[in-house]
Design a protein around this ligand. Structure first.
Ligand SMILES: Cc1ncc(COP(=O)(O)O)c(C=O)c1O
Length: 375
């Protein structure tokens, strides 16, 4: 019989993101509601300014979600229809969808041992039609921006960053999302900075790109309300912005806690030969990781998943178990052996702010037990 745990450890306990701050959140709702401040109001403006300051970015524009944010970032940066945009296939389908809907051709490439875009593979995929590269800063870790920047500058390409999972992560002290012309972040509830529904932002690192992004997300209107071109309606709700602004004030503490949990996993999974751990916090001086996810590589992954599930421990296969190019319906005709091999092994362990140190020990003990080591 499977020994029952004292309590289940879900992959992500969604109700907690409300319950843990219920009083404050209801207070924000009441305040915004009483002011009738629902769309494009001062709470949103304040959040955009505070987030830009936090990131060291030129400008932030709140949008409906990061998928729209990526599309708007690509258009604002000036990616031409018909051009090719290179991305790592180990990302959410949203990255490729944004390229597609910008009228460009998504070109998937391999990721490296760090699960992030491989700069050499990206360079090898460049053709005369390539206009941009999108690194996805996956799992809360910024890609190797030195290697990527040298590729984009050697070939005069634009860089647009998918920072949906990486708000606050840094490479050599610089925040993810501030390296290229533009970037997008996601505030989906399970993100490190999440709201109570969908939400996202465009990070613009040049004045012109910021102006275009601001117009694109609001029917093509400029600051005076004149229609300056075609646009979308993709605005971050003022209520969500007020919640995010409140949470941004506590964000450094949230990141610190995730890093502590990652440190706990790293130590507790040491010596399990069948598991490859992500880098520990501070394991190299270039990266400051925020651990959106704790993504391991595991031998006999399906067996491990079932073993953990039987003990009430939730896990997740990234992107439903396939890299973007592996979804047949999307029509990619490439093989990416490194990424495909990785996708037979990757698994996300629980990682969220309500996880206790004991939970981490419990999960790690169950992993050790599965591989026949002492729990
Ligand atoms: C890497 C990556 N890109 C894009 C997105 C899309 O974000 P959103 O759900 O806010 O559209 C996500 C969301 O999970 C993501 O993880």
């Amino acid at each position: 019989m499977t020994p029952a745990l004292a309590r289940d450890i879900p992959f992500y306990p969604y109700p907690q993101s409300f319950l843990a701050e219920e009083e404050e959140l209801v207070g924000i709702f009441r305040d915004v509601g009483r002011r009738g401040a629902f769309v494009m109001q001062e709470d949103l403006r304040r959040f955009e300014v505070n987030l830009a300051r936090f990131l060291g970015a030129w400008r932030v524009v709140g949008v409906a979600n990061a998928t729209d944010g990526l599309l708007i970032a690509l258009l604002a940066a000036g990616v031409e229809p018909g051009s090719e945009v290179i991305f790592s296939s180990h990302t959410m389908v949203a990255t490729a969808a944004a390229i597609h809907f910008a009228g460009a051709v998504p070109v998937p490439v391999e990721c490296g041992a760090d699960h992030l875009i491989d700069a050499e593979a990206a360079e090898a995929a460049i053709t005369s039609r390539t206009s941009a590269i999108i690194p996805t800063h996956l799992n809360g870790r910024t890609a190797d921006m030195e290697a990527l920047r040298s590729v984009t500058s050697r070939h005069a390409l634009m860089m647009v960053e998918d920072a949906a999972q990486a708000l606050g992560s840094r490479f050599r002290g610089q925040c993810a999302g501030t390296f290229g012309a533009a970037a997008a972040v996601s505030f989906f509830p399970a993100k490190v900075l999440g709201c109570l529904g969908d939400g996202g932002a465009v990070i613009a690192n040049e004045e012109r790109v910021g102006e275009r992004a601001a117009a694109l997300h609001d029917h093509g209107r400029d600051a005076r309300g004149n229609v300056a071109g075609w646009g979308f309606n993709s605005r971050l709700d003022n209520l969500q912005a007020a919640i995010l602004d409140y949470r941004l004030r506590k964000y450094d503490g949230v990141i610190a806690r995730r890093r502590e949990l990652a440190r706990g996993y790293h130590a507790a999974l040491a010596g399990v030969a069948e598991v490859v751990r992500p880098p520990a916090p501070d394991s190299d001086i270039d990266h400051f990781d925020v651990y959106q996810n704790y993504e391991i590589e595991a031998e006999r992954r399906e067996g491990l998943r079932e073993f953990l599930a039987a003990r009430g421990i939730g896990t997740l296969l990234p992107w439903g178990g396939k890299a973007v190019h592996q979804w047949e319906a999307l029509g990619f005709r490439v093989r990416l052996p490194v990424t495909e091999e990785l996708f037979a092994r990757v698994l996300l362990l629980p990682m969220h702010p309500w996880l206790t140190d004991d939970d981490v020990q419990t999960v790690a003990a169950a992993v050790r037990e599965f591989y026949g080591g002492r729990a």
